[in-house]
Design a protein around this ligand. Structure first.
Ligand SMILES: [Zn+2]
Length: 97
């Protein structure tokens, strides 16, 4: 499958669906409570995450638009992760969700 879109995502440790945290698609799934970001996965697992646990994920534009991609439809790559660390080291904050 071609990978046409890329964004920061949270990976469910149980079913390995990746949820893209930017945009509005997962707004109802994500909440910030008691100092931690939480995301409720389709499988029922509640994922606790922070900006260090985000991955840069590439997926199809369709997956990106619906806000998540099943395990077989996304991949992450080291250059993107390095880019991510360099973005945060320059003082950008986790403010878009
Ligand atoms: Zn899950």
């Amino acid at each position: 499958m071609s990978k046409q879109a890329c964004g920061r995502a949270v990976d469910c440790p149980i079913c390995h669906i990746a949820y893209f945290i930017e945009g509005v698609a997962n707004r109802d799934r994500i909440c910030y409570r008691k100092g931690a970001w939480k995301l409720l996965c389709i499988c029922g697992h509640q994922i606790v995450f922070n900006k260090q646990s985000l991955l840069w994920c590439a997926a199809s534009a369709m997956s990106f638009q619906r806000g998540y991609a099943p395990y077989t439809e996304w991949e992450t790559s080291q250059p993107f992760n390095e880019l991510y660390h360099s973005i945060f080291s320059k003082g950008y904050v986790f403010s878009r969700i």
